[in-house]
Design a protein around this ligand. Structure first.
Ligand SMILES: Nc1ncnc2c1ncn2[C@@H]1O[C@H](COP(=O)(O)OP(=O)(O)OP(=O)(O)O)[C@@H](O)[C@H]1O
Length: 237
């Protein structure tokens, strides 16, 4: 096989590879609660997955672990081959920014900065030169070309969400994590938010993991995983 030929699918490096992941939390009343115990989860490059499961089941915790915002008790989480938990804090921040985009439930935009600056920060954290034309193109793609200079407080909730999506895509991540991105918008906006995320990930070959409770969202995904089925910790609840 010549070096220019693509690797067969089976030999491709997964975008996400989770092995024997365990996460517990200290309970306020004492003792520990095992929230996650996942033997195996793999997402391939460009693959799109919807993650469903009961409230309090550990979906957001799983996204935080994948993004290296929380550390596992044991097991490994590799994103594009790198185990973030094994890096220094600085290395982890840099690596996260270069490989992962995160659309938080609460958006987490920086209030003192404009929409454009928030998107540009998504690039700066990614250790890339700030590419203002791309930032403007992303804002235009999310329908906010005319709101580039507005701060989050001057934008509607749905508009803030679209800035958060543009920011998450700005650093050209390998994996986009989206935590219930349609939860705070009306049904018509939810449809366009979904089109935007699913379409952008497809266009840029970004793997996608989206947490959702909504049937109309899971219908858009070929792969739907229930945390309950992935997670030994929940199988006995
Ligand atoms: N810092 C913490 N300390 C103790 N327990 C925690 C902590 N963070 C989360 N938990 C517990 O872990 C469990 C999973 O929480 P998580 O937010 O991941 O659930 P979820 O599936 O995202 O829920 P929802 O669908 O309601 O958003 C919950 O029972 C919660 O009480």
């Amino acid at each position: 096989m010549s070096s220019s030929e693509p690797l067969p699918a089976a030999e491709q490096q997964p975008t996400l590879q989770i092995t024997d992941l365990v996460k517990t939390f200290d309970q306020p009343g004492g003792g520990k609660l095992t929230v996650l115990d996942i033997p195996q989860l793999r997402i391939d490059p460009g693959e799109q997955l919807a993650l469903i499961g009961r409230s309090g089941g550990g979906k957001t915790t799983l996204l935080h672990l994948i993004a290296g915002l929380l550390a596992p008790d044991s097991g490994s989480i590799r994103v594009a081959g790198v185990d973030l938990a094994k890096l220094s804090e600085q290395g982890r921040d840099r690596c996260r920014a270069a490989t992962i985009g995160y659309v938080f439930q609460t958006f987490n935009l920086l209030p003192a900065f404009s929409a454009l600056e928030n998107v540009q920060l998504g690039m700066a954290f990614g250790n890339r030169a700030v590419d203002t034309p791309r930032a403007l193109e992303l804002l235009s793609k999310v329908g906010l070309a005319d709101r580039a200079t507005y701060r989050p407080s001057q934008l509607s909730v749905g508009q803030q969400q679209r800035v958060a999506i543009a920011r998450a895509l700005a650093g050209r991540p390998k994996l986009l994590l989206a935590d219930e991105p349609t939860a705070n918008v009306d049904p018509a906006s939810a449809e366009s938010v979904l089109d935007l995320i699913i379409g952008s990930c497809r266009d840029e070959n970004i793997s996608l993991m989206m947490v959702t409770h909504a049937m109309e969202v899971t219908e858009r995904f070929e792969r739907v995983e229930e945390l309950n089925a992935l997670n030994r910790a929940l199988q006995h609840v």
